[in-house]
Design a protein around this ligand. Structure first.
Ligand SMILES: Cc1cc2nc3c(=O)[nH]c(=O)nc-3n(C[C@H](O)[C@H](O)[C@H](O)COP(=O)(O)O)c2cc1C
Length: 249
């Protein structure tokens, strides 16, 4: 079973491409995350989790959901983490998660995709984004082929700082940056509700035609990037920045 979490479409793109190669239709984790549904899942084929990289690890909402969910049937687990640059030492934590669940860790594929974290950095222009995605395609395909044939994914090459980034920096990042208190909508808001509909955590409600954030945000960038009126901002960080949604999904 291929399960994906996405804010702006990159990880869904990777999941769909792998799905085509292995003959499976990927399933979004969003409905389960929105409702807190941790009922058991069952799969006869290996588990493939596709997600973005947040602070050099799998997003906590995803790892906590996997930890809380009984995975029945097949014992093999693959991870495909899309990222803007690198996944640090994410592999270690995915391996540990598998060990704790009595599952077999079969490897992690880091896939460089366009950067989407516009609350801190900038997203590439569309032509550059398409170039980055085209460069990612063979890497996704190589991972898909290994998954299809039941092989391990190769070990991830790590920078000397990877351990620190995925441990202390990840912890500090969650404590300081993962919050929704700086989101607001401008008068450009057209009250369409797409921000609320597309939030994978169900964290946004519409009040008097405007979005209200509920405090369980994971900074996935879905609301700010998918708003058709570009009416959502994050403090002073996002003003004038290009919004990013994967152009291939
Ligand atoms: C909160 C946040 C943290 C991020 N941290 C990292 C990171 O540590 N390393 C990295 O290479 N990219 C990082 N990124 C970039 C995303 O992982 C990357 O753009 C990913 O492909 C987005 O996937 P999605 O479109 O499926 O949401 C971060 C993005 C966000 C929003």
């Amino acid at each position: 079973m291929i399960l994906f979490f996405t804010g702006t479409g990159n990880s869904e793109y990777a999941a769909r491409r792998i799905g085509r190669a292995v003959g499976e239709t990927p399933v979004s984790l969003a409905p389960r995350l929105r409702t807190g549904d941790v009922s058991p899942l069952e799969s006869g084929t290996p588990w493939v989790f596709c997600a973005p990289t947040y602070a050099w690890r799998m997003p906590r909402v995803v790892s906590e959901h996997i930890a809380a969910t009984e995975l029945r049937g097949n014992k093999d687990v693959y991870f495909v983490l899309t990222c803007g640059g690198d996944t640090g030492n994410a592999e270690k934590y995915c391996r540990r998660l598998c060990e704790e669940k009595g599952m077999r860790f079969r490897g992690l594929a880091p896939i460089v995709m366009p950067e989407n974290y516009i609350a801190m950095f900038s997203a590439p222009a569309e032509d550059e984004a398409r170039r980055v995605i085209a460069a990612a395609d063979p890497k996704i395909d190589a991972a898909a082929e290994l998954i299809r044939s039941g092989a391990d994914l190769p070990p991830v090459k790590k920078s000397p700082l990877a351990g620190l980034l995925s441990a202390a920096v990840n912890k500090g990042f969650y404590a300081s940056a993962i919050k929704d208190s700086k989101y607001y909508s401008t008068d450009a808001c057209v009250s369409c509700g797409l921000c609320a509909e597309s939030c994978p955590l169900g964290n946004i409600t519409m009040k008097d035609g405007r979005p209200v954030w509920g405090g369980k945000c994971t900074q996935c960038m879905s609301c700010i990037c998918r708003c058709p009126a570009e009416a959502i901002e994050f403090g002073t960080k996002s003003a004038g920045k290009r919004r990013y949604v994967c152009p291939e999904v």
